[in-house]
Write a protein that binds this ligand. Structure first.
Ligand code: ATP
Ligand code: MG
Length: 506
């Protein structure tokens, strides 16, 4: 063994000290910083960034931010929230240690914002005190309370046959342009006096269409309890992708305070497209219909956050109405089946009904609400209990009757009753109806008192009869509202009211 001369060892020592001096603290932060390896369409792949979590904000040079969505062994895939053209290969990147969050609070009410919380209207900046992460684990079963309070949509066909409860997730599904958004807008308008904060999340829609919706809501004084989160068709896919989470986080704020909130995702088909686009650019393996495999998990995580909290957690609720667009009525496509299985029921709109003038074009047979029945008020149950079945029977009888020449009297009666009920359930836009109005009207139909009114006169009957009830029979209306159920005495009074009214109706 040879011994190194002292001068040589000190030389090595000096060299090491020299090297250590030159190491900057920046490069010591292993894991918190990385380098851009590749920039794609709104997404980047980063190497060296190890200590990031899913949904963490990542900072690029020039104050550009992104979110980590793809964590791989050697790489992180991130979406860029605007300005991705300024990012270059080799740029240094930092993890921020913060999850992507959005400002929440009362100040958002009446405003139109983008998914990052920036105002899109001309009412100035929004100074929110609190921030909520846009991704959050849904409350567990123990903390939840069963759904038991209705959310009145004001739409006869829904409130009577497919009732929705506060904290429920009910899907609105159907082809293009047959009234999906209209159902949601009507529901928002009807929350005016119901103390429900509404959040309308527009994903991938035309800017002009959103302007129209805002206008409608303003006209009906519904912006006073509504927040609009918009990521338009022209916005980056990354913004469209995070929009529903942002809307959900805003709703959670109100739920956590013990209030009731309603969030509408219009629509999740476009959300799935945005995510597919991101995933394909990130070169993730694509699954059925080229969607990434976790799209189901993504939607279920989002919708699971809608719930009713128990009293210990202040008893607030978040109701979700996701919307899905089908192609040529195909319910068995990938995204529709996914979301159908995640939600507590669906309202299925049908083009044939829509174009034959039955609007809202709800197919009663294919629509269902799995938990809302518990939330329906007793009076409505009493008058509409049979309605679903009767209508379904009418549909099949009517189809059969087209080919039959002589029908027995009871079949004829059933068909006639069905025709009147279909007519009675039609509803024009932006005219949501109070629950007591719906009860007296549906009662008139199901109890057979409209059987001798001509089908084409039903619309007029409805209008005049409700005027009559609201003007001169207020006692009955008040009683239904107050009691929530119909005593034999009240039922008798309602019957009388129809008889009296019919005398003056031609
Ligand atoms: P898209 O697929 O483009 O989002 P959509 O399914 O959301 O469409 P809407 O935009 O709600 O459909 O409605 C389409 C058209 O149908 C609108 O012009 C609207 O005025 C009309 N419409 C919807 N519901 C009714 C109704 N109950 N009565 C009369 N017209 C209606
Ligand atoms: Mg729509």
């Amino acid at each position: 063994m040879s011994i190194m001369p002292k001068s040589k060892t000190s030389n090595i020592k000096n060299k090491i000290i020299e090297k250590l001096k030159n190491i900057s603290s920046e490069s010591l932060e292993v894991g918190f910083s990385g380098t851009v390896r590749e920039v794609g369409d709104e997404v980047v792949r980063i190497t060296g960034l190890r200590d990031v979590t899913y949904s963490e904000m990542i900072e690029f040079p020039n104050e550009i931010f992104g979110v980590a969505v793809n964590l791989e062994e050697n790489e992180v895939g991130a979406i860029v929230l605007g300005g991705y053209l300024k990012i270059k290969q080799g740029d240094k990147v930092k993890g921020t240690g913060r999850l992507l969050s959005i400002g929440v609070g009362e100040k958002l009410i009446g405003r139109v914002i983008d998914p990052l919380g920036k105002p899109l209207d001309d009412k100035g900046s929004i100074d929110t005190q609190k921030f909520y992460p846009i991704e959050k684990i849904a409350p567990g079963v123990i903390d939840r309370h069963p759904v038991n309070t209705p959310i009145q949509t004001g739409i006869k066909a829904i409130d009577s046959m497919i009732p929705i409860g506060r904290g429920q997730r009910e899907l609105i599904i159907g082809d293009r342009g047959i009234g999906k958004t209209s159902l949601a807008i009507d529901t928002i308008i009807n929350q005016k006096n119901e103390n429900v904060i509404c959040i309308y999340v527009a994903i991938g829609q035309k800017t002009s269409r959103i302007a129209q919706i805002i206008d409608t809501l303003k006209q009906h004084k519904a912006m006073d309890h509504t927040i609009i989160v918009a990521a338009n068709a022209s916005d980056p896919a990354s913004l469209q992708f995070i929009a529903p989470y942002a809307g959900c986080a805003i709703g959670e704020y109100f739920m956590d305070k013990g209030q009731d909130a309603l969030v509408i995702y219009d629509d999740l088909s476009k959300h799935a497209w945005a995510y597919r686009q991101i995933a394909l650019v990130l070169r993730r393996p694509s699954g059925r219909e080229a969607y990434p495999g976790d799209i189901f998990y993504l939607h279920s995580r989002l919708l699971e956050r809608a719930c009713r909290m128990d009293e210990k957690h202040k008893g607030g609720s978040l109701t979700a109405l996701p919307i899905i667009e089908t192609q040529a009525g195909d319910l068995s496509a990938y995204i529709p089946t996914n979301v159908i299985s995640i939600t507590d029921g669906q309202i299925y709109l049908e083009p044939d009904l829509f174009y034959s003038g039955i609007r809202p074009a709800i197919n009663v047979g294919l629509s269902v609400s799995r938990v809302g029945g518990a939330a329906q008020i007793k009076a409505m149950k009493q008058v509409a209990g049979q309605l679903r079945l009767d209508l379904a029977q009418y549909r099949s009888l009517a189809a059969f009757a087209q080919f039959a020449s002589d029908l027995d009297q009871s079949t004829k009666n059933q068909i006639e009753r069905g025709r009147r009920m279909v007519e009675l359930l039609k509803q024009t836009l932006f005219k949501p109806m109070s629950v007591e109005e719906q009860v007296v009207l549906i009662n008139a139909g199901t109890s057979g008192m409209l059987d001798d009114v001509a089908v084409e006169k039903i619309g007029n009957f409805e209008k005049k009869y409700l005027e009559f009830m609201n003007d001169s029979q207020q006692k009955i209306m008040h009683e239904i509202k107050k009691e929530g159920k119909l005593s034999p005495d009240l039922l008798e009074k309602m019957k009388k009211s129809v008889e009296i009214f019919k005398k003056s109706f031609k």
